[in-house]
Design a protein around this ligand. Structure first.
Ligand code: MRU
Length: 351
């Protein structure tokens, strides 16, 4: 039995990009068609689409939309490429932490610059490649799922943080891909999902997609994880990543670092599941990863209502960095990387 999430988070559709509006979940399921690069910039910035691999593909689609727009305005190829590059820089600035966004935009820009022929031929090549990258993302996640499933113990209870699922990718998911593949082999596995304050991606998105696949899921608040670990109720942790440095230090949703420390203390294996496009070999350690500071309203409000004193100070980093010594392994589409990550990342990068 193979479990396949039916969810397709982003899809190239007749010269538009159709995306699920994740701000509305789990209350309402609605897709919207993004028609311009600027609309895609806003969709990424406002987290209509979110999750590292998903915003990578959104970036690839965004550049393709830009090419379609610019091809109508700029007959000169040099001007067209110059303007496309400006759009690429702007799109990259929509969110700073997930490197998949920069990776996908750079891939499209390299293709645009290296394609011989007319502007229309460049645009056609970008469309073809955007669709290819979209399809490859699902294939990559299934490989991550297969590798990950091979190390999940029978009947395991797996803790996950945030949403690294079908909704954070084109489909299937990275951490939740591991869970889907493991559940297909062993329907006795169970999931504990952290709520993930402040935006509650765990509560709103992870529980929504896992329960649709019939995977037994228990929602807990972020502060509860060490309590359940101390009771022997968690067997392993699998989370996603937004950027992995050359030494294995991994940025993921704020709160992941706390989970990793608790897992180490309780001797519970802690795995990252991520495609190799999340590895940023240009940086040596996690200290170089830019951390997004998000709106203070995410902390001061829940569902539009104030939850604190109005004159309190707020700070709201969207991500934290888990140091490599807390990570048991990094599950990628090319295999499971083990410490020393500097060496295993170097090796995998050559494959
Ligand atoms: O702010 P978000 O919702 O985009 O953060 C998402 C995460 O932190 C995910 O865990 C990460 O992008 C990996 S998704 C496969």
């Amino acid at each position: 039995m193979v479990f396949q999430s039916k969810i397709k988070t982003i899809h190239w559709d007749n010269n538009t990009s159709e995306i699920i509006d994740q701000r509305l979940l789990p209350y309402e399921f609605k897709t919207i068609n993004i028609k311009t690069c600027e609309e895609m910039y806003i969709a990424i910035k406002d987290m209509i689409i979110r999750g590292a691999p998903a915003i990578g593909i959104a970036g690839a689609h965004g550049i393709t939309l830009a090419a379609i727009e610019l091809s109508k305005k700029f007959p000169s190829k040099d001007e067209f490429l110059k303007e496309l590059n400006k759009k690429a820089q702007h799109l990259k600035s929509s969110r700073p932490t997930a490197v998949n966004l920069m990776w996908a935009i750079d891939k499209q820009m390299n293709l645009a610059q290296s394609t011989r022929g007319s502007i229309n031929e460049i645009t056609a090549a970008l469309i073809e490649n955007a669709i290819k990258m979209e399809n490859e993302d699902i294939e990559i996640n299934k490989k991550i799922g297969d590798y990950g499933a091979s190390i999940v113990p029978k009947g395991a209870v797996i803790l996950t943080h945030c949403n690294a699922g079908a909704l954070a990718t084109v489909g299937y998911g990275t951490a939740l891909g591991v869970i889907r593949s493991a559940f297909a082999k062993d329907p006795t596995i169970k999931v504990f999902a952290d709520e993930t304050r402040p935006r509650q991606q765990g509560a709103r998105l992870t529980t929504w997609e896992l329960t649709q696949d019939g995977i037994p899921t228990t929602l807990i608040t972020d502060g509860m994880c060490s309590y359940f670990m101390s009771k022997g109720m968690i067997d392993m942790v699998v989370v996603g990543a937004d950027r992995i440095a050359s030494n294995g230090d991994s940025a993921n949703k704020i709160g992941t670092y706390t989970v990793a420390i608790a897992a180490k203390y309780h001797n519970i294996p802690f795995y990252i599941a991520a495609p190799t496009s999340t590895i940023d070999i240009s940086i040596k350690t996690g200290k170089e990863i830019p951390i997004e500071e998000r709106s203070h309203e995410e902390v001061t409000h829940i569902n539009g209502d104030w939850i604190c004193a109005k004159d309190v100070d707020i700070i709201n980093p969207g991500f934290d960095v888990t140091p490599n010594e807390l990570i048991t392994g990094i599950i990628t589409e090319k295999g499971i990387l083990k410490p020393d990550f500097k060496e295993s990342i170097k090796r995998i990068n050559k494959l």
